[in-house]
Design a binder for this molecule. Structure first.
Ligand SMILES: [Fe+2]
Ligand SMILES: [Fe+2]
Length: 346
C-alpha cells in the first residue's frame, strides 16, 4: 500500500514539474532572445563607443548553458564585481557576465586607448574655464540676502576652527556638503515638473550636473587625502542635518536657498585660494594629480595637485554664478523655468 501511494505521489509530482523542467521550448526561446541581444551589442558603434565582436562571439555558447540551467544562478552570484577605488574598470573585470544579456560597451579615449572609468564617460569631461572672474561678489542688500550671507559666515567659523590650515582635508570634507544642494534642488524641481505637467527650462539637469560635478571634486580629493573614522562619522552627522535643513529651506524659499549656495561658493573660492597659497609656500606637497582628475578635466599627463585645485576653484566660481543667477530670477518674481538654464556652464 505504502509503495503504491509513493508511486502515485511521484507520478503526480512529475506531471506538474515535467512541462516546466523537461521541455526545451522555453529554453530555446530564451536562447534566441539572448542571441539577438548579444548580436545587437556586436554591431553597436558611436563616436566614443565601439562594439566588441570577439566578446559577443565568445559569450554565445555561455549564454546557451546559462539560460538552460538553474546551476548558473549560483555561478553568477559567485562572480562578484571587481572595481577599483575610483570606479575604474580594467582587464580584471572580465569575469562579470549579466544574466540579462546586458553587456558593458567598450569605451575608448580619443587617442584609441581604453577608457578606464565607469563612473564618468569621455563625453562628460571638459576643460575648465580658469579665466572666470574669481572676485565677483553679490552684495547683500535685502533682508533675505543678509540672512544668507551671515548664515554662511557663521558656518565658516566652526569650519575654520576644526580644520585650521589642513586645506586638503578641509576640501574633501566640504565637498561632501557641497554636492547636496544641487541634488536637493534638482529633485524638488523634478517633482514640481511632474506635479504641474510643465517643463523645467533645463534647470533640473543644470542642478543635477552641479551635484555631479561637486561629487567628482570629492572623488578627486579622496585620492589625495584619506578620511579618518571620526571624519567619516562627522560627514554622516552633517549630511543628516544639512540635507534636511536645505530641503526645508528650498521648499520654503528657493530664492534664499540658491543665495546661500551662491555665498557658500564664494567661500569655497576663498578656501581654494588659501589652499593654493599653502602649496606655493611649500606647506602642502604639490603631489602629482590623481589619474581621475587628469581624465575628468582633460589635464596634461604631468599635472600636479596645484593644477587640480585651479580647475576645482574655477568650477566653484561657475556654481557661484549659477546659484546667484537662480536666486535673482526668483527675486524678479519669475520662476526658474522662465529663464533657460546655463547647461554645461563650466
Ligand atoms: Fe566643489
Ligand atoms: Fe562648490
Amino acid at each position: 500500500m505504502a509503495s503504491r501511494a509513493a508511486t502515485r505521489a511521484a507520478r503526480s509530482m512529475m506531471a506538474m514539474v515535467g512541462p516546466r523542467y523537461f521541455s526545451t521550448t522555453a529554453v530555446r526561446s530564451d536562447q534566441t532572445v539572448a542571441m539577438k541581444l548579444l548580436a545587437g551589442h556586436v554591431t553597436g558603434s558611436g563616436s566614443h563607443v565601439r562594439g566588441v565582436p570577439s566578446a559577443g562571439i565568445f559569450r554565445l555558447p555561455v549564454a546557451g548553458v546559462r539560460y538552460s540551467s538553474t546551476a548558473t544562478v549560483a555561478d553568477v552570484e559567485e562572480k562578484k564585481p571587481e572595481t577599483g577605488s575610483a570606479g575604474g574598470g580594467g582587464p580584471q573585470e572580465k569575469g562579470i557576465v549579466s544574466y540579462w544579456g546586458v553587456q558593458p560597451r567598450k569605451v575608448v579615449k580619443e587617442d584609441g586607448t581604453e577608457w578606464k572609468w565607469s563612473c564618468f564617460m569621455p563625453w562628460e569631461t571638459y576643460k575648465a574655464d580658469t579665466s572666470i572672474d574669481l572676485k565677483k561678489h553679490h552684495a547683500p542688500t535685502t533682508f533675505l540676502d543678509k540672512m544668507a550671507y551671515w548664515t554662511v559666515k557663521a558656518l565658516r567659523w566652526p569650519t575654520d576652527i576644526f580644520f585650521q590650515r589642513r586645506y586638503g582635508c578641509r576640501a574633501m570634507m566640504l565637498e561632501t556638503v557641497a554636492a547636496v544642494p544641487g541634488m536637493v534642488g534638482g529633485m524638488l524641481l523634478h517633482c514640481k515638473s511632474l506635479r504641474r505637467f510643465e517643463h523645467s527650462g533645463g534647470w533640473i539637469k543644470a542642478l543635477l550636473e552641479e551635484a555631479e560635478n561637486e561629487r567628482m571634486h570629492l572623488m578627486t580629493f579622496m585620492e589625495v587625502v584619506k578620511p579618518r573614522w571620526y571624519e567619516r562619522a562627522l560627514v554622516f552627522a552633517v549630511q543628516g542635518v544639512f540635507f534636511n535643513a536645505y530641503f526645508l529651506t528650498y521648499l520654503i524659499s528657493p530664492k534664499l536657498a540658491h543665495r546661500i549656495v551662491g555665498y557658500l561658493e564664494e567661500e569655497a573660492i576663498h578656501s581654494y585660494t588659501e589652499f593654493l597659497k599653502e602649496i606655493d609656500n611649500g606647506n602642502i606637497e604639490n603631489v602629482p594629480a590623481p589619474a581621475i582628475a587628469i581624465d575628468y578635466w582633460r589635464l596634461p599627463p604631468n599635472s600636479t595637485l596645484r593644477d587640480v585645485v585651479m580647475v576645482v576653484r574655477a568650477d566653484e566660481a561657475h556654481h557661484r554664478d549659477v546659484n546667484h543667477f537662480a536666486s535673482d530670477i526668483h527675486y524678479q518674481g519669475r520662476e526658474l523655468k522662465d529663464a533657460p538654464a546655463p547647461l554645461g556652464y563650466h
